[in-house]
Design a protein around this ligand. Sequence first.
Ligand SMILES: Cc1cc2nc3c(=O)[nH]c(=O)nc-3n(C[C@H](O)[C@H](O)[C@H](O)COP(=O)(O)O)c2cc1C
Ligand SMILES: Cc1ncc(COP(=O)(O)O)c(CN)c1O
Length: 411
Amino acid sequence: MNHHLFDTAPDFNQPIAVLKHCHDRIRKQLETLQKLLGHLPVHGADSDARKAAQAVQKYFNHAAALHHEDEEENLMPMLQATARDADAVQLEQIIPGILADHQQMEREWQQLNTQLEQIAQGHSAELDSAAVQRFIDRYTSHMAVEETNIAPMAKRLFSHEQMEQLGSAMQARRGIKPSLPQSQVPEQHQVPVSNTVANGVVLADIRLDYGRASLTEDDVLADPIAQFGKWFEEAMHAKVNEPNAMSLATVDTEGRPSSRIVLIKQYDQRGFTWYTNYDSQKGQQLRATPHAALLFFWSELERQVRIEGTVTKTSREESDKYFYSRPVKSQIGAIASKQSEPIANRAQMEANYDAVAEASGDQPVRPEHWGGYRLDPVRIEFWQGRRSRFHDRIVYCKQADGSWTRERLQP
Ligand SMILES: Cc1cc2nc3c(=O)[nH]c(=O)nc-3n(C[C@H](O)[C@H](O)[C@H](O)COP(=O)(O)O)c2cc1C
Ligand SMILES: Cc1ncc(COP(=O)(O)O)c(CN)c1O
């Protein structure tokens, strides 16, 4: 039989094992509480009872709170950020119950703590047995849910880096310094820096590891437009949110860039097309410098596509065709908005809209300054996220004869 002389806690580089170890310690405290219930009527608040009460208090007043914080601030947000499909659905079902349990257990603990304090001081031998039983039962079933659902999921989904991240957050919560010798800590890390925190999560700790797919030289099609079409189909199929939204970056006359989202309306061998106001900021920039970069980020597929090239206006016929295919209210909006120009207030905008609607009835006319742009690509890169930031990148470059070369770039 394997006997452990000491209650050895696992190292923080195995954070899930540390959390399980906390559960085992909670179980020990619950056992003590149960025993205390039998002990008090016979022996009163004797020295054993006082020690037991103090031990239980010490654990639930300090360690248990840290344990709940580990779960609420690190483990569960990290799981929510990583889990997909059935795992994500399961988390949605389980997590609200876990959080509600934590609150309820905290309330129940406060009630017991008051009684235990009296016992610890030898002032009373009263312990509400129904309250103790409720507390024990709630903790026991709560830990079982975590151990059967949450812990195995974390072990299955978290990368080595995520485990390290979880472990260090748990260490930091307990004021334990990372094990790296100070001499090896980069200088900029030795000074205390204040973290940006959003919704209780340290921004710098948000780190998704990608691992859904790979992209090899053999996977991609010879023609980058066809390859784009393949990925676009897949983005549609995967129900990516607004797969047609792309960032459009342009530069001013001094080479200073600006970017904004526009919607792609067409892609084919001629290039990638969107519609806008030619007098807008992007319109003015493209007039002076007709080079632009497009970017698609399909987060759900862990993919981005970067496209660079030269921009020209679509033909008037093409712009007409698209303009008149839009809902009439959007046509009116396009006419009424001097895109990118300042205006005093919303009311003035509404008044301008009403005036255009009144003048054009149900047959607005496309203004000359509203139409399409088409980017003729010279460079298209397909990026597939991989584990530990070791991603796949395949880039196509257009040659003078119109053919495309293809090469892999380092991540
Ligand atoms: C999802 C999304 C789609 C958009 N689509 C377009 C579009 O297709 N055309 C457009 O002119 N503006 C679109 N916009 C608004 C632009 O991002 C931007 O605010 C506007 O074109 C003015 O940009 P500019 O001042 O740089 O010219 C969209 C914004 C979002 C968030
Ligand atoms: C100002 C503006 N113009 C054009 C568009 C493209 O939209 P639509 O699909 O109506 O052409 C958008 C989309 N958000 C927009 O915000």
